[in-house]
Design a protein. Sequence first.
Length: 495
Amino acid sequence: MNLLEWLPFIVLIPLISSGIVACLPGRFWPWAFTLLAALASAVIAALVLPEAMGSELSYPFGNWQPPIGIEYRVDAANAFVALLVAGMAALALPWAKASVDQEIPERQGAFYALFLMALAGLLGITLSGDAFNIFVFLEISSLATYAIIAHGRDRRALLAAFRYLIMGTVGATFLLIGIAFLYMMTGTLNLADMAERLPEVSDTRAVRAGLAFIIVGLGLKLALLPLHLWLPNAYTYAPHFVTVFLAGTATKVALYVMLRFIFTVFSPDYSFVVLPLSSVLMVLAVAGMFAGSWVAMFQDNIKRMLAYSSVAQVGYMVLGVSLVSAIGLTAAFLHLFNHALMKTALFMAVGCLAYRAGSLKIQSLQGCGREMPWTMTAFALAGLSIIGVPTTAGFISKWYLILAAVEAQSWWLVGLIVITSMMAVYYIWRVIEAAWMTERPEGATRLKEAPLSLLIPTWVLVALNFYFGIDTRLTVGASSAAAEALLGVPTGGLP
């Protein structure tokens, strides 16, 4: 079999494995089988990425050629995102064993089966070249995600899952209505074919309405302010492993789909010249950067603080898109990748704290840095990446955002990026100050360091934050190729 024939297995392996895992007994075998499935998808995605950076790949199902048949169409943009999603799942699962054993002692087969369905759905969204199948995979991933969020030990997890279900259903409905408008006007659901037919009918209300519905629907899935209200509770009350996985994958996939519609289906000229989408996205991005960072500064629960931080980080990604340039789009893809690394590392460190301390309120963690030094050091180092300190991955993507703002002669954006980064210093410092600069209260339970099964994966993610902050060949090269694939023009060898 050649590499192209392996392409559908990126999605099929976790999808089929979910049914097998649901039938496995005990705790070890469901986890082990899930890990093998995620690793297999990640390996295939890693092999596909170099091929996709060289040329676009197309896999027609059942040998029914598009636009009649369904196809996976893979270029540098979605191959990069697929590797990120599968890679984050494979990196998170070794960490998951101890955490899930503590939080979900029973029926782990069903839990891991739902996780694999969520993973398969996200990968299917990323690879599909058919608009309706994007919606189908979105529903698969969403329904599974609602269920795994509800597994949280706090009873509020059920309410968080229900609220996410309501808002997610609204977002999916908006997306479906938008796709229906485009199908009505073009008579096709294949994205490439739709892109060819849209110019003939682009000056119609139905097409403009279709784009608006799609942007709103995906903006909700992306947690773009003010459509972010589902995210803080979902991240806060979900099982720690679920938060780790969602923080590194879900919003990134939604951003990719939005970019695919804006740049490939509608074209930049229509989205940003005929329509004022650039200004709209920039306003929402800047608002998200400030509002997310501001609210994070006053949170007492660390998971909730990092959840609002994610709203701000989504703002950075969308800001790069709104600049409508090769370097801006490259910065968006860079931050999409780097934010997955930094936020996954942070939530893993938080999960280590929860494993020993139970409570995640900042006041209850006073002095824990002396008793859990490896955990708190990992949190502090990953926090440097969120801030954007040089030699970290977060610095690289923020640097490219600044370069894009300078290229656009929008110097005021440079100031806003620096200011919001300083706001991140404050909320990260609050945790570090409580952990290291205060004494453990008298009578408080003495904490033990987290087990190695949690610490080793956490430190692997921390190390990757620094590795990709120093060696940027893979991330910058792949992000530049992704930007080129969406723009349809060479990026000119970005610095």
